[in-house]
Ligand binder design. Structure first.
Ligand code: ATP
Ligand code: MG
Ligand code: ZN
Length: 511
């Protein structure tokens, strides 16, 4: 008997519906055709055990399984469940009536439990798009699937799926976590700026960075609070939109990074890969395609702690995503595109010993050493970082004060206001939404400065030896500072402040 079940296969963060035809005829062999990967071809062992543990029989006949479309590579252990149900239906052990209405996903353990899988959200979205009535997914992925407005059947084991397909059971209720309850679940961050004492100047730089979507680098001695400050940044970025949340969730889902029972990623991600990371870990790829750190940071913050310690070629590969906000990953057998729109925050020590400009400790590095150290991060990457900030440790006495400090919530309101000006400014432009993204043409239009401003810029250029590239950065950042003040025009104080954020162009620290 020939039956058909449905599942899905991932490519990038999208999914394609796969139909599984199972035909049982006279004979004894088992075949799977249609570009199946290892995990699918190995499924026979798992399914056989799962069925026999639950009182079903593995048919002692010739079983041919065809996965269509035939020319698409298919991978993943989530084929187990639809394959098992196809085999049971083709051997009359389960009704095939509902098979055409539901998309099935799930890995089987040897005792027939249904184990969680990757990529449930994109696959469920595709099921909805293609008009399926519902999805049958592992219990632990039901929260994620329930984001999509369709029937979700949580599957705990082979038996429960069989009884559902036989019409003996309805879908179990799943947690009320649909996208309609989305707005209430945002903006809960563990790190808040009110936990950071002092550091007003750095907080100000971070407000500007968040407001204009500018990348930022912080330099400061060990223990000065760089990591803590960076961790606070997601909490002042604008609240995530549903669209952003869905995109970020898809990436985390495909990467297998969703917590069990989680539904949507509703807070902006903060990713902090170790400096020993490989380029595949950073941008994605591998034998079976996986998103890298830059995509896991999509719509959030990528924090590169101790930037000079990262391998040079790992930093080099950041150039495309920083420009285009996507990454193309291709290998011999696949080519995928992952979104990678993140804010880059980097940190470093100011010098090899770490104590340059420290209020109490002595720096033991000579000027030559500092210059050499700083030159390790020069070039194209630095070119894409608009704001350089020195972090000086807060004296111990000031750390213990108990005054009320401004909360991230109120800083985020300022960010949102500045972003709203930018939204209007760039409305109708496809990929541009922030000041940081302005190209020369746009800068010419939106970053006009008056005569005193021009002469101040020239003076700064000469005095600090600023390069032409610093010039553009200063204009963009001063545009954001003006936006924060609600000023249509960029005024001299805005420029003066922006000039202060170009420390690393001065061939050393301002000291
Ligand atoms: N301004 C501050 N307010 C409150 N706590 C602070 C402040 N600065 C530092 N701390 C405390 O000091 C700890 C160390 O800070 P953090 O790890 O952020 O420093 P760092 O600059 O990243 O150091 P390293 O260079 O060693 O990575 C923090 O966990 C925090 O408890
Ligand atoms: Mg740190
Ligand atoms: Zn030093």
């Amino acid at each position: 008997m020939l039956v058909k079940t449905f599942t899905s296969s991932l490519h990038g963060i999208g999914a394609t519906i796969i139909s599984i035809e199972v035909n049982i005829t006279q004979g004894i062999r088992f075949f799977i055709v249609g570009l199946a990967d290892h995990a699918i071809r190995e499924s026979q062992q798992r399914i056989e055990s799962a069925l026999s543990c639950n009182g079903f029989e593995w048919p002692r006949f010739r079983i041919v399984i065809n996965l269509a479309p035939a020319d698409l590579r298919k991978e993943g252990s989530h084929f187990d469940l639809p394959l098992a149900m196809g085999i049971l239906a083709a051997s009359n052990q389960v009704s095939s009536q509902r098979l055409g209405d539901y998309l099935m996903l799930g890995e089987l353990s040897l005792d027939g439990s249904v184990m969680p899988v990757k990529g449930v959200l994109p696959m469920t979205l595709e099921a909805k798009e293609k008009g399926f009535k519902g999805v049958i997914v592992p219990v632990k992925n039901a929260g994620e699937a329930s984001v999509v407005d369709m029937e979700v059947i949580p599957a705990s084991g082979v038996k429960s799926v069989v009884s559902f397909l036989n019409g003996c059971a309805d879908g179990l209720p799943v947690p009320e976590e649909t996208s309609s309850s989305f707005p209430e679940r945002r903006d809960h961050y563990a790190y808040d700026f009110s936990q950071v004492k002092g550091q007003e100047a750095v907080k100000r730089a971070m407000l500007i960075a968040a407001a204009g979507n500018h990348n930022l680098i912080m330099a400061g001695p060990p223990g000065s609070g760089k990591t803590m400050l960076a961790r606070c940044l997601p909490s002042i970025l604008p609240s995530m939109t549903l669209e952003e949340s869905l995109q970020t969730t898809k990436i985390h889902s495909v990467a297998g990074k969703m917590d069990a029972n989680a539904s949507l990623v509703t807070t902006r991600p903060f990713r902090s890969p170790h400096h020993s990371i490989s380029d595949i870990g950073m941008i994605g790829g591998g034998a079976t395609p996986r998103p890298g750190e830059i995509s896991l940071a999509h719509n959030g913050v990528l924090f590169l702690d101790e930037l000079p310690e990262f391998k040079r070629h790992v930093l080099e590969v950041l150039r495309q995503p920083l420009e285009e906000r996507i990454i193309n990953v291709s290998r011999a057998n696949y080519a995928v595109v992952y979104p990678a729109n993140f804010m880059l925050v980097a940190s470093m020590n100011p010098c090899p010993c770490g104590f340059y400009n420290h209020p109490q400790k002595e720096c033991t590095c000579g000027p030559g050493m500092i210059k050499k150290y700083l030159s390790r991060i020069s070039g194209p990457l630095l070119d894409r970082i608009d704001i350089h900030m020195e972090v000086v440790p807060v004296p111990f006495g000031n750390l213990t004060g108990s005054g009320e400090l401004e909360k991230s919530d109120s800083i985020r309101e300022q960010v949102a206001l500045a972003r709203s000006f930018q939204k209007r400014r760039f409305s109708g432009m496809d990929h541009i939404f922030s000041n940081a993204q302005m190209e020369p043409g746009l800068m010419k239009k939106h970053c006009m400065i008056d005569r005193p401003g021009v002469s101040m810029l020239h003076m700064a250029t000469e005095r600090f030896g600023l390069s032409a590239r610093a010039f553009d950065r200063i204009l963009k950042v001063s545009r954001t500072i003006a936006d924060l003040e609600g000023s249509e025009r960029i005024l001299a104080p805005h420029l003066a402040e922006a000039i202060n954020y170009r420390n690393l162009d001065r061939e050393g620290w301002s000291g």
